[in-house]
Write a protein that binds this ligand. Structure first.
Ligand code: KG4
Ligand code: ZN
Length: 354
């Protein structure tokens, strides 16, 4: 991250942000959108791994246990004491309801106690803007957000000005990786394992479907691809794991890249940004990089520590909003499901000081 670290100058407004939407408890402190002071992520992934997925009740209990200490430690890293905080931010959704409640309640409590404004942040907006982390503004571009829970292709005109061009009709991209990994008996989270196994595999061995690549719209569907892998494994139990991983990955990447390039052509944007957990996939990065360059497009990828869930991306969005004076109402509730229309109208949403 090419962001200046150091002690708070309070020039841009010190924002403390909390992220508890899924199985990472995270806290970050920024001094304006250009200056990260500290960021800590406490991953619960090892506790959920034996269950092959996130156990919501366990996630929220751990958030509650870890959060107070993590806030103290992150503020100490930042060299900021409580009174130096100008605003408190927290992820309001999408995510697991009870997990979101822990961070949102803590954030609001802290804001009320300190008599500072509260800024509720949409988790997907955090991922969406993460490739521009540390910039004072965000240029117009096409964004591909590929996470464990969501797949979004977005026309970004500026901060808070978004139009969703396409989304998944069933499984999210990361979910497809995780489910296929489970079928293959690989570990959780499966995306990383598939990426690793695919390196030694033959991507042309199995011709898996490129669902909706030529559907004429910009939506995605990954459940057919997952089913094709399942059917293959039922018929051919000894199909090499590496070849299955590579062929599955190639099909998923083909569709993700194909649609992103169509979106760039349709919008006329010359810049593409890639974010979310799946953006770490090496084949996705390589293919998108090559094909974007062929089309004369620039590509920005979120830096590694910002791809999976973290609070720095939440602090960044909040810091951008703090600068332009936008605040959330204290009675704003968490929103576990992704609300497409609301996301597209973030700029128009009424925001008040507390
Ligand atoms: O963005 P993220 O941390 O969580 C959500 O907010 O959903 O993304 C996690 C997802 C998981 O599905 C994981 O399997 C996937 O990102 N992932 C990958 C890779 N690294 C993480 N998928 C494919 N290739 C990777 N290298
Ligand atoms: Zn996420």
């Amino acid at each position: 991250m090419s962001v200046e670290r150091g002690r708070a100058s309070t020039a841009g407004g010190v924002v403390a942000a909390i992220e508890t939407s899924c199985d990472e408890t995270a806290v970050a402190v920024m001094d304006g959108p250009m200056r990260l002071l500290a960021s800590r992520v406490w991953s619960q992934v090892a506790s959920h791994a034996p269950y092959g997925g996130v156990v919501p009740e366990m996630a929220s209990r751990q958030h509650g246990e870890v959060l107070p200490g993590l806030v103290r430690e992150t503020l100490a890293d930042a060299g900021v004491d409580l009174q130096q905080i100008d605003a408190v931010a927290a992820t309001m959704g999408p995510g697991l309801p009870t997990a979101l409640l822990v961070g949102a309640a803590y954030g609001k409590g802290l804001a009320l106690g300190l008599k500072r404004p509260f800024i509720g942040v949409n988790h997907m907006e955090g991922h969406l803007l993460s490739p521009f982390f540390g910039s004072p503004s965000v240029p117009a571009h096409v964004a591909m957000v590929v996470s464990g829970g969501h797949t979004l292709l977005v026309d970004v005109r500026g901060v808070g000005d978004y139009q969703i061009l396409g989304t998944t009709l069933d499984d999210a991209a990361g979910e497809a990786f995780d489910k296929v990994a489970k079928l293959l008996g690989l570990g959780y989270p499966g995306g990383v394992e598939i990426d690793r196994m695919a390196r030694d595999g033959d991507a042309a061995r199995f011709d898996f479907p490129r669902s909706m690549l030529h559907s004429g719209d910009l939506d995605f569907s990954f459940s057919g691809l997952k089913t094709a892998v399942r059917v293959l494994l039922e018929k051919t139990p000894n199909a090499g794991v590496a070849d299955v991983c590579a062929s599955f990955q190639e099909a998923a990447v083909d569709v993700l890249v194909g649609k992103t390039l169509i979106a760039a052509r349709q919008t006329g944007h010359k810049l593409i940004a890639l974010s979310g957990g799946v953006s770490s996939n090496r084949r996705l990065q390589a293919v998108l990089n090559e094909r974007a360059a062929n089309d004369g497009l620039e590509l920005r990828i979120a830096s590694p520590e910002l791809r999976t869930d973290n609070a720095a991306m939440i602090a960044y969005v909040a810091a951008l909003y703090y600068v332009i004076g936008r605040r959330s109402k204290m009675d704003e509730d968490v929103e576990p499901t992704f609300q497409r229309r609301k996301f597209e109208q973030i700029t128009q949403m009424e925001r008040h000081s507390c």
